[in-house]
Design a protein around this ligand. Structure first.
Ligand code: FE
Length: 197
């Protein structure tokens, strides 16, 4: 837990985290260094990890199928280690648009997308995304045609979702790196779509 400058009593969850961590260190199950290294790695993760997986899926159809079948294993093929959680990749099609949310708290595919944006954790997004996704997406500037079905996936502590957006037209001769550059964080949450230019 970071020193907060002036004294403030710990919140319930801070106290839980500190107590559990200190107990695990004391019992020799983890070390302080290992915890710090993981926190640093987590903070350093950027959405580029997810973009890399999406771009690969766009250029390699066999990889795309593996990614949809078992997101965890497919990402590990790319050298993206996925700690003990099930990663489910959901594919946008002309008929179905997917978006992710955690209605309970802020579960998010951090391992691929880094730290979630503040709005993802907001009560507004969490509650409205499941009730009126079309309206929420419109507020993000994403108009989904009425004929397209919207599927909203509720993440949990051990199951995380990531959206595989559709490859935009006009990118047929692009290489993987160029494709990855247009795959935004928001497009992998499902509140945006990749745009060319
Ligand atoms: Fe959560």
């Amino acid at each position: 837990m970071k020193d907060q400058g002036t004294y403030q009593p710990y919140s319930y969850y801070q106290l839980m985290e500190t107590s559990l961590r200190e107990l695990l260190v004391e019992k020799g199950i983890v070390t302080d260094d290992a915890v710090n290294a993981e926190v640093t790695a987590m903070r350093g993760r950027q959405p580029e990890r997810g973009s890399k997986a999406v771009a690969r899926a766009w250029v390699d159809d066999a990889f795309r199928q593996r990614l949809l079948k078992n997101g965890t294993a497919a990402c590990e093929e790319l050298g993206l280690e996925i700690p003990a959680l099930k990663l489910v990749v959901v594919e946008n099609t002309p008929q179905v648009h997917n978006a992710i949310v955690c209605t309970l708290c802020s579960c998010y595919p951090r391992v691929l997308l880094g730290i979630p944006p503040d709005w993802y954790k907001s009560r507004n997004y969490r509650s409205r995304m499941v009730r009126e996704p079309r309206a929420v997406l419109a507020e993000f500037g994403l108009k989904i045609a009425d004929a397209v079905q919207i599927r909203v996936h509720d993440s949990t502590a051990d199951m995380r979702y990531m959206v595989l957006p559709m490859r935009p037209k006009g990118t047929e001769d692009w290489d993987e790196a160029r494709l990855a550059a247009i795959v935004s964080r928001d497009s992998m949450i499902g509140v945006a779509i990749p745009k060319v230019g």
